[in-house]
Write a protein that binds this ligand. Sequence first.
Ligand code: ATP
Ligand code: MG
Length: 455
Amino acid sequence: MKTKIHPILKEIAAIFGSHRQEVYLVGGAVRDLIRGEKPQDWDLATSARPEEVIAMFRTSVPRGKVIPTGIKHGTVTVHFKGHALEVTTFRTESDYRDGRHPDQVYFAATIEDDLSRRDFTMNAVALPLDGSEAVDPFGGAADIKKHLIRCVGNPAERFAEDGLRPLRGVRFASQLGFAIDQPTLAAINGALKVTAGVSPERVRDELDKIIGSPKPSIALRLMEETGLLQLILPELAGCRGIDQKGYHHFDVLDHSLLACDYAAKENYPHTVRLAALFHDLGKPSARKPDEDGIWTFHGHEAISAKMAKAILGRLRYPNAVIDETVHLIAEHMFHYEENWSDAAVRRFIIRAGEEHLENLYRLRLSDAYGMAGTEPDKKLLLPLISRVDQIMAGSRAFSLKDLAITGKDLMETGVKPGKTMGIILNELLETVLDDPAQNTREKLLEIAGNLNKRY
Ligand code: ATP
Ligand code: MG
């Protein structure tokens, strides 16, 4: 099989050639080219050692720059005419021995040796940059055309070497819409112990790629089928079979997967996708029958928020991601009715936080999609949105900092700092929420004076 090589890669090929070093395009770019798609980024494999790559670009390309990004693993990044290329020296697989991280690098002599350490056949095809025939010892090009994810060699052995590979496999299934070959899929369950030892950061990065894919449920269902979901997200796996007749067609797990698929399909932000996946985790423990025997789930959003916080924490998500996701989950149960007073709308805005409103609406649409698996009516939220917009365009007093007076003003009129001050400030806020016209310095000082006499 031959593929058209980008002119920049031809220039790179000439540089390696003049130093008598082999260089190949590998990884995702090869997959993309074989599928007739434009590669996102270029990974190269070479016979040259990292120091040699650095030296070769220093001498032959004055404007080239080489950064030793992963030199321990034999990788450097070459910046060349506006492109960044990851260049990795041929390696063997023995560096995955502990099933967690490559601990030591062993360089390999040939591209064939290098390809044999790779995880899946579709990732073990090398295209020479001089345009000659692909090196494809494991039938990877045929698998790519068949849309098949298959381990290089014995799946159980490959998974035992690196417990992340099963997760990479299901992630690729979601990203590419490929099927996993039966023996490869069947070997995942036997490797769960190895996967259990993988660092949380590597697991998190795969989960992020899964929820970032066009249809996350493909990977998440494969995870459930193989036991990966029970291992990594047992809380979510525990939502299987929790039916919610009366409200939904689906059990809580299928509902959550649909909600997440919708968030992905609509290209919603990362935190909305996480919130869609985790928003109902609390339902299994909140579930109680009412007098007629219908299930109720009162207070599940607070439980879900707590559980999501624990999950995101153990997967080492950044605090900003945890805070936003947990907040969206905790607030997802708002129920707008037309008879809400302006004060009620203001209270909703304060609780939600102005900066989170848009994401909360997105979460609601995802949740609505998850109820029946059909496109939600986008007009669903319009009455609330127009009320919110109307209130925000008018007088605004949404939090203590928006009051026409400050704690310092109160101190000057004799209110003691501390508990009393807090109580009075909150009462003033309540007053202003009910009637924004009260939000003037004189009025608030007068009310505060009266309150201060009472406390
Ligand atoms: P993408 O970059 O689109 O996620 P990719 O296939 O390029 O996909 P990378 O993580 O960039 O994936 O890795 C580049 C190549 O390195 C892979 O195609 C694969 O051949 C090899 N590789 C990466 N991680 C592993 C691993 N854990 N085990 C074996 N080979 C791996
Ligand atoms: Mg890549």
